[in-house]
Design a protein around this ligand. Structure first.
Ligand code: NAD
Length: 306
């Protein structure tokens, strides 16, 4: 049994922490939301009054926060996790950030941790809330190999595929590339479903034909954005997330910023990013990102292609 501090118990972090409890670990969590803390207690964990309190005696520290600013805030600010751990002394816990954030923030946290004598990993995930609940997430990890090997048993308790992508920040590089593929794919799939329907072909029939064909994708077979086709998809629960459109918009902007920095051409990524931003601007950012299908269906062709 290992003492694990888990900060950020939202849609993803909550079930990830619960899986660590199920694997026999002693999990102490902190979140700004009292409801999330109550859920951790129900799952068998312990809630702390602050992130610093959760660190007491921790052998592993995991964060699962919304974006770069929260990760910098929690890890780097005065009284932040690295500060508190450095003052605590004793054994040096494994440090793992699972949030999806910009590469620069991930590397800033790595550098601060290293300067204080800790090994840090960026370990963003793929697989959504279903993967978090089922313990089947994919972890894309950046950091040193010994730290990766040390963290692997804990990541295995929450996921099925654990891959060392490379050095500091490389987990985030893998993650933004993966989500750019998904974000573009969901828009393309939505366009095809809407086109088929307008030409008289139902979404269910198109799904039946494309799922075993070259148009196959995770978005089509697991997460179909048209309601009434894949029972477990968010489209069948009025687009309750799942993965919020505002988080997809964030990830698409992360890949756009990275592409600018690397002078890498991503015209489809840029267009798809603008659609998720438009979904957010329409006040629908807290719905699942597959809501982009409904947003597109409401657009005039002349408006979105000009
Ligand atoms: P969420 O908003 O449900 O959870 C984030 C949690 O962090 C919230 O409970 C919030 O209260 C807490 N929090 C924020 N600031 C805090 C602070 N200073 N101290 C303590 N707690 C704080 O988001 P989520 O869906 O769980 O996503 C978390 C991360 O995982 C994001 O980076 C997201 O991009 C990534 N991700 C999400 C999914 C998904 O399907 N939801 C899939 C893969 C990756």
């Amino acid at each position: 049994m290992t003492a694990i501090a888990f900060i950020g118990l939202g849609n993803m972090g909550g079930p990830m922490a619960a899986n660590l409890v199920r694997a026999g670990h002693q999990v102490t969590g902190f979140d700004l939301s009292p409801g999330s803390l109550a859920e951790l207690r129900t799952a068998g964990g312990t809630s702390a009054m602050s992130a610093a309190e959760a660190l007491t005696g921790a052998e592993v520290v995991i964060t699962m926060l919304p974006a770069g600013p929260q990760v910098r805030d929690v890890w780097l600010h005065q009284g932040g996790l690295i500060d508190v751990l450095a003052k605590q002394g004793g054994t040096r816990p494994a440090l793992i950030d699972c949030s999806t954030i910009d590469v620069a923030s991930a590397r800033a946290v790595h550098e601060a941790a290293e300067a204080a004598g800790f090994a840090m990993l960026d370990a963003p995930v793929s697989g959504g809330v279903g993967g978090a609940v089922g313990g089947t997430l994919t972890f894309m990890v950046g950091g040193a190999e010994p730290a990766f090997e040390h963290a692997k048993p804990y990541l295995t308790a929450m996921g099925r595929t654990i891959v060392l992508a490379g050095g500091p920040g490389m987990g985030q590089v893998a993650k933004i590339c993966n989500n750019m593929i998904l974000g573009i794919n969901m828009v393309g799939l939505s366009e095809a479903l809407i086109l088929g329907e307008r030409l008289g072909l139902s979404a269910a029939k198109l799904h039946e034909i494309c799922a075993p064909s070259s148009g196959q994708s995770w978005a089509l077979t697991t997460y179909c954005p048209a309601p009434g086709v894949v029972a477990s998809a968010p489209s069948n629960r009025d687009y309750a997330p799942g993965f919020m459109a505002m988080l997809m918009a964030k990830d698409m902007m992360l890949s756009q910023a990275a592409a600018d920095g690397a002078n890498s051409p991503t015209p489809l990524g840029a267009l798809a990013a603008s659609f998720y931003q438009a979904v957010c601007d329409a006040g629908e950012g807290r719905r699942d990102f597959s809501f982009v299908y409904q947003w597109l269906a409401e657009q005039d062709r002349a408006v979105v292609t000009k």
